[in-house]
Write a protein that binds this ligand. Structure first.
Ligand SMILES: Nc1nc2c(c(=O)[nH]1)N[C@H]1C(S)=C(S)[C@@H](COP(=O)(O)OP(=O)(O)OC[C@H]3O[C@@H](n4cnc5c(=O)[nH]c(N)nc54)[C@H](O)[C@@H]3O)O[C@H]1N2
Ligand SMILES: Nc1nc2c(c(=O)[nH]1)N[C@H]1C(S)=C(S)[C@@H](COP(=O)(O)OP(=O)(O)OC[C@H]3O[C@@H](n4cnc5c(=O)[nH]c(N)nc54)[C@H](O)[C@@H]3O)O[C@H]1N2
Ligand SMILES: [Mo]
Length: 706
């Protein structure tokens, strides 16, 4: 290869990792000019944030791109639903069949709302995630999908307190001296930020992890705080109690930039004494007192401000939205928002002013169109939601047969003979097995896209490196073809992907007030990552300026009060809480957490042999006391079950969990299991208090030896 390189027979292309991860890595792909094949893929050393290193999954990306199981042409079903028997058809037939079906449903009594698009974040590119697809379904008048499966509980929770997502400049976090990974497996799910935490540690920072599970992050931290699942709001309120009791609060920040400090103080002091918080959270009073002291006094004790790296684990419980709303009050009490890289960091995605209205055209949605919460796919497919029953499902960027809660009911819904299902994917996923029509999708190496990030502040274009494999097509092209077949207005769909990207950047606009993207052109981003127009050491709330109604940090929320809800933070127990649901816990006493395995990205990569081997097999980590009570030996196969379903796993007896908690790392494909189920056979479709989010980790089960 080096000779080819010397002879100028290879070229390099700047690409972007499209997967659902905060890091949004810069990638360099080397392509053999003679064969057109990508021969090397590595991290872009010139990327200021991701700095040339990739995770294990994407280091092996060419194995995924050139996988022998790539879908290469459209197919239609020939066997029973779910069996996965298909025969090749032309694109023309696939598009025609789909358009005919959509037209017939739209013209029927049920109307177009009987059609449900189903997508999530298989790719996070602005074009492939949400552009012509949305325009198409909006124009069609299909049911709207509320994309709640991951981030909405915390997003709405943050909004209540801050008016936006909790954000700070991730690169400035090296300045923090007390870093709390709160429900965040940073070492696995956000590896470039973990590197920054270590940079801070070299400068004297202490790293703490609050997690019921001794995750790789907890194991490598200076202190693991094993909170009981779903009780983080109580812990945060206990910390507030101690801060107010000791007078450690930043009174100037509270009075200048916050509303409701007095009310919050009264709530925390009266209702969340450490003894009560210890009972709820399963922590000792000493642990709570020590954490509050270290966190609130990090300047004196560690020489700098504190940062909470807040992530998704704590959101996946009944009270997940309120937990986030509560935790993001803390930096106002301590005044940590004053300092760059301190405060709290959930997601930087809102820092990017892409023109989403232009991309998705919500104005095309017919008035009165219903919205279906994606977490309730099981209910939607069984006709249990208001409005017409779902007769057609179009799945792309997602694998609901594996990732959705209540798996067995999702599968029985997908098995309905009268349901017309189209799946557009790169692989024959568990969901594709239930399709009537399967469409082959390009990978990121084969199409163009433009990206924001939810973990850094750079805009990046993904330049295509290779030609599409087989007859694979990008999402945008599929919806162009469908729009043509439906006879929809060409001006909505006949725009090139690059043109859409330019318009989404608002290229050429000269707004009265420049934005974080003014002046950033597509051509700049094609050459490499471009930082948003934000100051170095960006600290959005250093001098208040919260984008709430009051313009302040809303410790007390007038908006919540007007909506008839509690205007102050409080602890809401999980739906399936052993403390408050003793009857349920008598049958299913263990709280099951099913976070993703590090070698997989949710259900993506499970079919890549190197990564599946690295993940090993399905396991269940269980505390020695809980194992002994059930006569479970280390390494023995167990059944994990509740009223919704069951799956098998190999027991690992370990103190990585406290008694009462079990962990099974997630999202296997059914076809790679011996029982045709994954952990989502046990999870429920109950939703979070804010944002209608999924409650994957709010899940009581029992375990027996097999
Ligand atoms: N390698 C890899 N990286 C990923 C992903 C992946 O699948 N694999 N997924 C990507 C996606 S889509 C997302 S959303 C992010 C998720 O990023 P994270 O939120 O970091 O990931 P999780 O592992 O879901 O949850 C983090 C931790 O929360 C803990 N947890 C569970 N319940 C509670 C609780 O009640 N309180 C507290 N304090 N902690 C709790 C879990 O045990 C887990 O260790 O990661 C992204 N990055
Ligand atoms: N029990 C449990 N369940 C969970 C979670 C958990 O921690 N525990 N995590 C939850 C979270 S955080 C999330 S974000 C969701 C994720 O749910 P999904 O977004 O469904 O994620 P993936 O499993 O990664 O599936 C994405 C699919 O998109 C396909 N794809 C990739 N690129 C393209 C493209 O360009 N075009 C098309 N058409 N398809 C493409 C991939 O091949 C893959 O099959 O899962 C949730 N489910
Ligand atoms: Mo996610």
């Amino acid at each position: 290869m080096s000779t080819k390189r010397e002879l100028g027979l290879v070229r390099t292309v700047k690409a972007v990792c499209p997967h659902d991860c905060p890091d949004t890595c810069g990638i360099v792909v080397t392509v053999d000019q003679e064969t057109g094949r990508a021969v090397d893929l590595r991290g872009d050393k010139e990327h200021p944030f991701t700095k040339g290193f990739l995770c294990q999954k994407v280091s092996n990306y060419l194995e995924r791109v050139y996988h022998p199981d790539r879908l290469l042409y459209p197919m239609k079903r020939v066997g029973p639903k779910g069996e996965g028997k298909f025969t090749r058809i032309s694109w023309d037939e696939a598009i025609r069949t789909t358009a005919e079906k959509f037209r017939a449903i739209a013209a029927s009594e049920d109307g177009p709302q009987a059609i449900l698009p189903y997508s999530y974040a298989g790719t996070m590119g602005k074009l492939m995630y949400s552009s012509l697809d949305r325009r198409f379904f909006h124009r069609l008048g299909a049911s709207l999908l509320d994309r709640t499966i991951c981030a909405t509980a915390g997003a709405v929770g943050c909004d209540v307190t801050l008016g936006t997502r909790a954000a700070t400049d991730p690169e400035a976090a090296v300045n923090s001296r007390y870093i709390v990974n709160w429900g965040s497996n940073t070492a696995v799910t956000n590896i470039h930020f973990w590197k920054i935490e270590h940079e801070a540690r070299k400068r004297g920072a202490k790293i703490v992890t609050i997690d019921p599970y001794k995750s790789p992050t907890a194991a490598k931290s200076d202190w693991w705080i094993p909170v009981r699942p779903g009780t983080d709001a109580a812990l945060a309120l206990g910390v507030m109690h101690i801060i107010f009791r000791e007078g450690w609060q930043d009174d100037a920040y509270l009075s200048d930039h916050c509303v409701g400090a007095e009310q919050l103080r009264a709530r925390a002091l009266n209702e969340y004494p450490p003894e009560k918080v210890a009972y709820i959270t399963g922590l000792s009073v000493e642990e709570i007192e020590r954490f509050a002291r270290e966190y609130a006094r990090s300047q004196e004790l560690f020489g700098g401000p504190a940062l909470i790296r807040l992530n998704y684990g704590l959101q996946r419980h009944g009270g997940g939205g309120m937990a986030v709303r509560t935790i993001v009050c803390l930096p106002a009490l301590t005044g940590d928002w004053r300092h760059p890289g301190a405060g709290a960091l959930l997601s930087t995605s809102k820092a990017y002013p892409f023109d989403d209205n232009y991309l998705m055209r919500p104005d095309l949605v017919p008035k009165g169109t219903r919205t279906i919460n994606m977490v309730n796919l099981a209910e939607a497919l069984h006709g249990e939601l208001p409005g017409p029953s779902v007769q057609a499902l179009f799945v792309y960027n997602s694998n609901p047969a594996a990732v959705n809660p209540d798996q067995s009911r999702v599968l029985s819904g997908l098995t309905r003979e009268d349901l017309f299902t189209v799946v557009h994917d790169q692989f024959q996923t568990d969901t594709a097995d239930f399709a009537d029509i399967v469409l082959p999708a390009t990978t990121q190496l084969e199409h163009f896209d433009i990206h924001n990030s939810y973990g850094h502040l750079y805009v990046q274009a993904n330049n295509p490196a290779i030609a599409p494999l087989g007859e694979a097509k990008p999402n945008t092209e599929v919806f162009r073809l469908l729009a043509r077949a439906m006879g929809f207005e060409p001006e909505l769909f006949e725009e090139s992907d690059e043109e859409i990207a330019r318009r989404s950047l608002r290229e050429g606009d000269t707004p009265a007030e420049p934005t974080a993207m003014t002046g950033i052109t597509l051509d700049d981003t094609k050459a490499g990552p471009v930082r948003l127009n934000l100051p170095t050491n960006w600290a959005p709330f250093a001098t208040g300026e919260f984008p709430t109604l009051s313009g302040k940090c809303e410790l007390y929320s007038e908006r919540e009060a007007r909506a008839g809800r509690d205007p102050l933070p409080y602890y809401a127990p999980p739906h399936e809480d052993p403390q408050t649901k003793p009857d349920l816990a008598a049958k299913y006493p263990l709280q099951l957490l099913t976070p993703p395995a590090s070698s997989f990205l949710n259900s993506t990569f499970v079919n890549v042999n190197t990564l599946r081997k690295s993940a090993g097999e399905r396991t269940l980590e269980i505390h020695p006391t809980d194992a002994a009570r059930r006569n479970i030996a280390n390494g023995q196969m167990v059944r994990v079950f509740n009223g919704r379903g069951r799956f098998r796993a190999r027991a690992i007896i370990a103190e990585s969990v406290k008694p009462g908690v079990v962990v099974s790392l997630g999202l296997w494909w059914r076809k790679f299991t011996d029982d045709g189920a994954n952990c989502n056979s046990t999870t429920s479709t109950a939703t979070t208090d804010f944002g209608g989010g999924a409650t994957f980790f709010d899940n009581l089960v029992e375990v027996t030896a097999l």
